[in-house]
Design a protein around this ligand. Structure first.
Ligand code: PRP
Ligand code: URA
Length: 210
């Protein structure tokens, strides 16, 4: 099936690490490290369309006309699970700013409940990456993107590790202007809103809470 405005990162190293991540026997320590590494690999691809401007520098030998990123970059993890992805991206873009959006899914309604939002004052000048490993029903991602849009940034991309078709459809409906970048699109949600085959509860696997 073709999805509009969705990029699936099809790379052998990503498929290898994602398989390790999904494995139920992977420890919390390894899960955290893998999610961070995957986000680092993803950064290379999601930055491809960024604008650069010319800048003059001096090498030790002579003047040089180089390039620098034109816009500020802001990474916005959705708490909790997005934090490890944010770290992986920061390893690649250390000068990026970071906003935090705290949401959890109500277990019975599957609706997102907001408990925190702190975005940089300069978000309107930024290319923003909203990051969360899991796009399931899409409720959390859609709300987080709406909160970021209030600041009118230059661009928004939503970056995840696994996406369900249901979540992709919700973002296409609510935010057709936002590009979704994922490492794989899974089959479906189960009756509890978990992605199949998925990897279970990302937050719990990262932090060992269950
Ligand atoms: C998970 C995940 C997403 C959300 C996705 O977080 O990290 O934020 O669920 O589900 P949705 O697409 O149906 O909204 P969770 O609500 O479990 O919170 P946590 O990170 O604090 O564990
Ligand atoms: N949140 C998760 O962490 N995993 C899922 O499969 C769905 C939502």
């Amino acid at each position: 099936m073709e999805y509009r405005n969705v990029q699936v990162l099809n790379h052998p190293l990503i498929r290898h690490k994602l398989t390790l991540l999904r494995n139920r026997n992977t420890t919390h320590k390894d899960f955290r490290e893998l999610a961070e590494e995957l986000a680092g690999l993803m950064t290379y691809e999601v930055c491809r369309g960024m604008h650069t401007r010319e800048c003059r520098i001096e090498t030790p030998l002579e003047p040089y006309g180089g390039q620098e990123l034109e816009n500020e970059v802001t990474i916005v993890p959705i708490l909790r699970a997005g934090l490890v992805m944010a770290q992986g991206m920061l390893d690649m873009i250390p000068h990026a700013k970071v906003g935090h959006i705290g949401l959890f899914r109500d277990e019975s309604t599957l609706q997102p409940v907001q408990y925190y939002c702190k975005l940089p004052d300069s978000t309107h000048e930024s290319d923003v990456f909203v990051v969360d490993p899991m796009l399931a029903t899409g409720g959390s991602a859609s709300l987080a993107i709406s909160l970021v849009k209030e600041r009118q940034p230059r661009s928004i991309s939503f970056c995840c590790i696994i996406a369900a078709p249901e979540g992709i459809a919700v973002l296409a409906r609510d935010h057709p202007d936002v590009k979704v970048v994922t490492m794989e699109i899974d089959r479906q949600l189960n009756e509890n809103g978990y992605i199949l085959p998925g990897l279970g509860d990302a937050g719990d696997r990262i932090y060992g809470t269950k």
